[in-house]
Design a protein around this ligand. Sequence first.
Ligand SMILES: *[C@@H]1O[C@H](CO)[C@@H](O)[C@H](O)[C@H]1NC(C)=O
Ligand SMILES: *[C@@H]1O[C@H](CO)[C@@H](O)[C@H](O)[C@H]1NC(C)=O
Ligand SMILES: *[C@@H]1O[C@H](CO)[C@@H](O)[C@H](O)[C@H]1NC(C)=O
Ligand SMILES: *[C@@H]1O[C@H](CO)[C@@H](O)[C@H](O)[C@H]1NC(C)=O
Length: 435
Amino acid sequence: MARSYNCLLFCFIVLFIIPPTTSISNTSSKPKALALLVSKDSSTLQYLTQIKQRTPLVPVKLTLDLGGQFLWVDCDQGYVSTSYKPARCGSAQCKLARSKSCIDEYSCSPGPGCNNHTCSRFPANSISRESTNRGELATDVVSIQSIDIDGKANPPGPFVSVPNLIFSCGPTFLLDGLATGVKGMAGLGRTQVSLPSQFSAAFNFDRKFSICLSSSTTSNGAVFFGDVPFPNIDVSKSLIYTPLILNPVHNEGLAFKGDPSTDYFIEIKSILIGGNVVPLNTSLLSINKQGNGGTKVSTADPYTVLETSIYKAFIETFSKALLFNIPRVKPIAPFGACFNSSFIGGTTAPEIHLVLPGNNRVWKIYGANSMVRVGKDAMCLAFVDGGVNPRTSVVIGGYQLEDNLLEFNLAKSRLGFSSSLLSWQTTCSKLTSNF
Ligand SMILES: *[C@@H]1O[C@H](CO)[C@@H](O)[C@H](O)[C@H]1NC(C)=O
Ligand SMILES: *[C@@H]1O[C@H](CO)[C@@H](O)[C@H](O)[C@H]1NC(C)=O
Ligand SMILES: *[C@@H]1O[C@H](CO)[C@@H](O)[C@H](O)[C@H]1NC(C)=O
Ligand SMILES: *[C@@H]1O[C@H](CO)[C@@H](O)[C@H](O)[C@H]1NC(C)=O
């Protein structure tokens, strides 16, 4: 009895004394920025996040998909919501999603993902590379954590809701290859209906977002939507910018004719390792008329993927640039170059420079992002062979993005990057430690 009385008293104090002095109670103000925490799954190496969706709200675990078109979730199993609204053909939602397909009659039993006279937009699993022409477009409530950017060190603000967030309803089989418990993918790509575009439209903030992926599977990184200052570190004022390039041809998964790619492409002029140029066929570094070639940034690939001829030259140049003659060991899949770690000891890996257009624009990759320990004895070059004639010649993958702050500005069509935060004595998990 005494205990519950104490609680009542305590609750009374919390409710009536604390709220006016904190911003957490203020849900009427529009947030200027939002955050989604991102973890790294140790078995699949996928980057995972979670949103709250539906009525009543339930947590939905998702694989992050930087180049993904939109949010898609499995609607075949367990989708229950009183606020689910299918997008009728010709509606504003169908137009915003640039859907060109209207399904008049479904033969399945009516419910989320199965409503007559709705438009669709095909969801794609960028990990398994499967996509489907089933994909009813719909809206539902989504709730997300805001950030109090006026506070010191960006403390978390209240959860805020988007009442009608557009997403696509996928079938259960599309989840194949995604981490355990995942129910869909969080697309951050170059469309009007990706999460960044919809969040900035809903709250009227800048069309930009930042990703900071943690290198650890036990501490979080995050995606920040809007303009987030990092007052303690100020890396955001020291980002190097490079233009984002639009690849005019979409061909990852099913799309409508004339759809551009939704991936984030940048231009790399050359690659240097320890100051030496990697000899490569530079025409592979530009995007041709069919949309092949060039360089994109991806969270769907755990390691950077290089077209075969680039990969071979890359390994060769790297091995030569190592300061000492460190013995190679038998390559351990998926890597093509591994070294005896007992010889690596205190030697630092040669710096890898991705040379971008403009003066002194270099994305620097240091040892923590270039070498990966495999087992007890080996350190491998954390890059993989993409085969001959891949769609994209250079895909900068997750391992190379970790502990780097990347800011995608859709309005200005540019990418800002910090290179390794370790040289700022910080990490992505420290930047997000408030959450
Ligand atoms: C909430 O914040 C807005 C903008 O900062 C302010 O105008 C409003 O008075 C605040 N409301 C409450 C209940 O504190
Ligand atoms: C779609 O309309 C047809 C014809 O009216 C009907 O037989 C069918 O059950 C409807 N399907 C759904 C999913 O409502
Ligand atoms: C360079 O790459 C382009 C595009 O794949 C190819 O057409 C051309 O033959 C290559 N040139 C050489 C010298 O290998
Ligand atoms: C690595 O080098 C150590 C020391 O010379 C040696 O004992 C070990 O067998 C080597 N490991 C491999 C995998 O070659």
